[in-house]
Design a protein around this ligand. Structure first.
Ligand code: NAP
Length: 276
């Protein structure tokens, strides 16, 4: 059994990226837009800006008040879209109540959508013509690649079908020739389906939901979930201590998928700069 060190992989990839970015004729620019004062979003944005600075991406933070109108958000996005100094635009979600995220997202041009959340980028992924891929699922693919996990022909089960994690994750695995089943809150016989998985990816947001009896001997288990357990301690969707011995490879929480997400945001910003 191998416990994936996502932090070490992320650090290595960031070093490689830093070198590539240093060789570019100009610094990539990333605009991070945050609307309102959700404390979790503010922490995420701060972490993203700090990480970008460390590898030579110039980041610009734009803060709009909780009371911002749809037009104010969209006008700002239009301005950033037209700014040649900005290669990537990230709109921190969720937006405050009353604002329409889909409509706002449509103001981010596809080539600057470094989150890969736009309808066009998700559509391109579905057509196996990936341009910008959502950071968390892309990070999972990098982990699988780094661990030498065979994907083609394998049974993959993805728990969760969100537009930002579950769906793009399933498409990436399908595009890599896995046979993919996507489970959600209405799935029946979920345990039996999980038991068939050679690769099991959980992205549902329920502490210790995946138990040892759901996991096939020798499976690869990737835990995307970020939850708090009954003692308030950070944990994933997988009952890690009891599941790990059955797996050939497993990601812990924290220190597994999480560190890869921001790294992939920086990677997407680098790619957006290259394609300029
Ligand atoms: P989400 O939008 O809330 O989606 C959750 C999905 O899980 C939904 O598709 C839901 O099904 C499904 N689900 C909920 N309860 C279930 C159950 N009992 N059985 C089967 N499926 C169930 O969440 P998300 O944004 O995809 O995020 C999922 C988790 O990943 C969260 O813990 C989040 O914090 C974490 N996350 C981590 C990272 C990272 O960098 N590590 C990045 C993003 C998200 P329905 O569609 O039927 O409702």
């Amino acid at each position: 059994m191998k416990i994936v060190d996502g932090k070490a992989l992320a650090a290595r990839l960031r070093e490689e990226l830093k070198e590539k970015i240093g060789a570019l004729p100009k610094e990539p620019g990333l605009a991070v837009v945050i609307v309102g004062n959700d404390p979790a979003s503010q922490i995420y944005v701060r972490n993203k800006i700090k990480a970008c600075g460390e590898i030579g991406i110039r980041s610009y933070a734009y803060e709009l008040p909780e009371t911002a109108t749809q037009k104010q958000v969209e006008d700002l996005l239009d301005k950033l879209a037209a700014n040649p100094e900005i290669n990537g635009i990230l709109l921190q979600l969720p937006l405050p109540k009353g604002l329409n995220a889909d409509s706002a997202m449509a103001h981010i041009p596809v080539e600057k959508d470094v989150d890969g959340f736009s309808a066009e980028n998700l559509g391109l992924l579905t057509l196996h013509k990936e341009r910008v891929v959502a950071c968390t699922p892309l990070g999972v693919m990098k982990i699988l690649e780094n661990e030498g996990v065979e994907i083609s022909g394998q049974r993959a089960v993805v728990l969760g079908r969100s537009d930002t994690v579950g769906k793009p994750m399933a498409m990436l695995l399908l595009n890599a020739n896995a046979t993919v089943t996507v489970c959600h809150s209405k799935t029946q016989r979920l345990k039996e389906i999980c038991q068939e998985a050679d690769i099991l990816v959980s992205a549902i947001g329920k502490a210790k939901f995946v138990t040892a009896d759901m996991v096939k001997e020798g499976a690869v288990v990737i835990d995307v979930g970020i939850n708090r357990d009954e003692n308030g301690k950070l944990c994933g969707d997988v009952d890690f201590e009891n599941v790990k011995e059955k797996t050939s490879c497993i990601t812990p929480v924290p220190g597994g998928v999480g560190p890869m997400t921001i790294t992939m945001l920086m990677y997407n910003t680098y790619l957006a700069t290259l394609k300029e």
